[in-house]
Design a protein around this ligand. Sequence first.
Ligand code: SF4
Length: 214
Amino acid sequence: MSVPDHLHFYIDPNRCIGCQACVQACAECDTHKGDSMIHLEYVNRGESVQTVPVVCMHCDQPTCAEVCPADAIKRTDDGVVQSALKPRCIACGNCVLGCPFGVPEVKIDQQLMQKCDMCYDRSSVGKKPMCTTVCPSQALFFGTREQIEQLRPRSRPVREFHFGRQTITTRVHMMVPKDVQKNYVDITAAMEERAAARHVALKVIDDPFAEVQA
Ligand code: SF4
């Protein structure tokens, strides 16, 4: 079995409410044995509580697999990049450093790299990935392009990412506002954005007990 061509994974960071339901559901998946393959990142922790769910983007040419010296990471014909295979993986961490999206993680206790495989045990037999079944805000969605276009008339899916001069295309789509005309997400441009300046005034006092004693 394989993941059908017309079914895609969509991430809409704007809709993420940081509830961690996806993280918990992922850990409960039959094949993950309590480890979650998805994590949440804070966009700008000093300024906001906005979170973004991070899953494997399933690159067309996965850097993690290209830099793996043990040939432990396979991309299946349906475009899903699999988690590292035991006993090939030597836990060297090259894939962790190589992934531009910051996805793979070497589990030290298992001496094995693990990452999201789009719940291949489920998605290859017609079921949705676990995280997409529990996300209450549909920040994570698995379905057809027609469905997402109907659900999100003000957004559109993008699957091309620019890292400086490097372009990466992925099987997973990111939802961006429809009025943004670019056909790609420029990751390095986002890194250059500076947080707004903040002024924090500390109250300096001589005697911390003065008010209590008065
Ligand atoms: S940690 Fe494992 S999967 Fe990752 S590059 Fe090294 S051998 Fe390959």
